[in-house]
Write a protein that binds this ligand. Structure first.
Ligand code: GDP
Ligand code: MG
Length: 168
């Protein structure tokens, strides 16, 4: 049996919840003061999609995003990408297109999805979901409002990417 393995890079400004998302999806936990580095390049999880076993390798950036210093090795061979911003961080939303370009400069056009994280903080929102939907439409990308904290839509994001990958 041939196993399908997908390298997924999770990008976006610092503190939007990327490490938390990876941790939540692969280990099933959420902590408020999650350490900056996880000490490994990626965490993985295996799921079944359309009768196929898919191994998702989720690459974390260990905080380098703040110094614009993510190495080429991080992007190399990526087949899918999660573009993450935070509901309560306007700048993280405005940086999304830059992140998309960065990824595409390294690996070309790959499967991407936009995630608006921290939707549980909607009462303090600095970005409206409608704006994000508009951007996603413009970029022709699937959009998910999510809360890693409340475990809302995290599974769905990665299931979508895996399904899309199998469709190729
Ligand atoms: P990263 O820099 O993008 O990897 O962000 P982290 O995963 O380190 O998360 C930054 C902070 O946001 C941490 O304190 C997390 O606990 C918190 N956080 C992550 N996801 C959520 C969420 O969905 N809701 C809320 N309220 N906080 C979150
Ligand atoms: Mg992190």
């Amino acid at each position: 049996e041939v196993e399908v393995a997908i390298k997924v890079v999770v990008v976006g400004n610092g503190a939007v919840g990327k490490s938390s998302m990876i941790q939540r999806y692969c280990k099933g936990i959420f902590t408020r003061d999650y350490k900056k580095t996880i000490g490994v390049d990626f965490l993985e999880r295996q799921i079944e999609v359309a009768g196929e076993d898919v191994r998702l390798m989720l690459w974390d950036t260990a905080g380098q995003e703040e110094f614009d210093a993510i190495t080429k090795a991080y992007y190399r061979g990526a087949q899918a990408c999660v573009l993450v911003f935070s509901t309560v961080d306007r700048e993280s939303f405005e940086s999304l297109e830059l992140w998309k370009k960065k990824v595409e400069d390294e690996v070309g056009e790959i499967i991407m999805v936009i995630v608006q994280n921290k939707i549980d903080l909607i009462d303090d929102a600095l970005v409206q979901t409608s704006e994000a939907e508009e951007l996603a439409k413009k970029l022709r990308l699937r959009f998910y409002p999510a809360s890693v904290k409340d475990n809302l839509n995290v599974e769905e994001v990665f299931r979508y990417l895996a399904g899309k990958y199998l469709e190729r």
